[in-house]
Ligand binder design. Structure first.
Ligand code: HEC
Length: 158
C-alpha cells in the first residue's frame, strides 16, 4: 500500500519535471555557482549536531526509513540504482555518495531532508518522518553501501 502510494507520487513528480521547465540547462560555471550559493546561503542547520550515535543499529534504522520514503528517487543505495527517471529530472537526482553532498555537515543534511530543495524535485520530509528517523537517515547517508549492491527498488522491478 505504502509502496503504491510512493510509486504514484514518484510518477507525478516525474511528469511535473518533464513537463515543466524546458529552459536551457545552466552551464558548468553557473551550476557551480548555484551549488556554492545553495551550500552557503540557502541550506541552514550547519552547526546542528546529530544526537544519534553512528553505530550499526542507527545505520540499520536509517536504511529502513530511507527504503520507505527516499528510494523512489534515490534508489535503495542512495545512488539512483534502478530509478528510471533519475537523469531526466531537472536538476537530476544526484549520487548521495558524491563529494558535494558528503561535504554538507550532518545538520545541513538534516535541514535538506526536513525542508527539501525548492523548486527542484527534492521534497521536504518534516511532516512525514520523525526527527529521529531523519537523523538516522543522515547516518545512513554517511555509510551508503557500494552502488548497485542492494538491487533495484521493488516498485520499479516489475
Ligand atoms: C520525488 C523524488 C525525490 C524523493 C522522494 C527524494 N528526493 Fe532527494 N533529491 C531529489 C532531487 C531531484 C534532488 C536534486 C535536488 C537539487 O540538486 O536541487 C535531490 C537531492 C537530495 C540531496 C542533496 C541535496 C543537495 O543540496 O545537493 C539529499 C541529501 C537528498 N536528496 C536526500 C533525500 C532523502 C534522505 C530522501 C527521503 C527522505 C529524499 N531525498 C527523497 C529527488 C527526491
Amino acid at each position: 500500500m505504502r509502496g503504491n502510494l510512493i510509486c504514484a507520487c514518484a510518477a507525478m513528480w516525474f511528469a511535473i519535471q518533464l513537463g515543466g521547465c524546458k529552459a536551457n540547462p545552466p552551464g558548468r560555471l553557473d551550476t557551480k555557482m548555484i551549488t556554492e550559493a545553495k551550500r552557503h546561503i540557502f541550506v541552514h542547520g550547519k552547526s546542528q549536531k546529530n544526537p544519534l550515535p553512528a553505530n550499526a543499529a542507527t545505520i540499520a534504522d536509517g536504511k529502513e526509513a530511507f527504503s520507505h520514503y527516499c528510494v523512489a528517487c534515490h534508489g535503495l543505495d542512495g545512488q539512483n540504482t534502478g530509478v528510471p527517471f533519475a537523469n531526466r529530472m531537472s536538476p537530476p537526482v544526484p549520487l548521495l555518495s558524491g563529494k558535494d553532498i558528503q561535504a554538507y555537515t550532518d545538520g545541513q543534511l538534516k535541514w535538506v531532508i526536513d525542508y527539501g530543495i525548492w523548486p527542484s524535485g527534492m521534497p521536504g520530509s518534516k511532516d512525514t518522518l520523525s526527527d529521529d528517523e531523519i537523523w538516522s537517515i543522515v547516518v545512513y547517508l554517511r555509510h551508503l553501501p557500494p552502488a548497485g549492491s542492494l538491487g533495484e527498488p521493488e516498485m520499479y522491478s516489475h
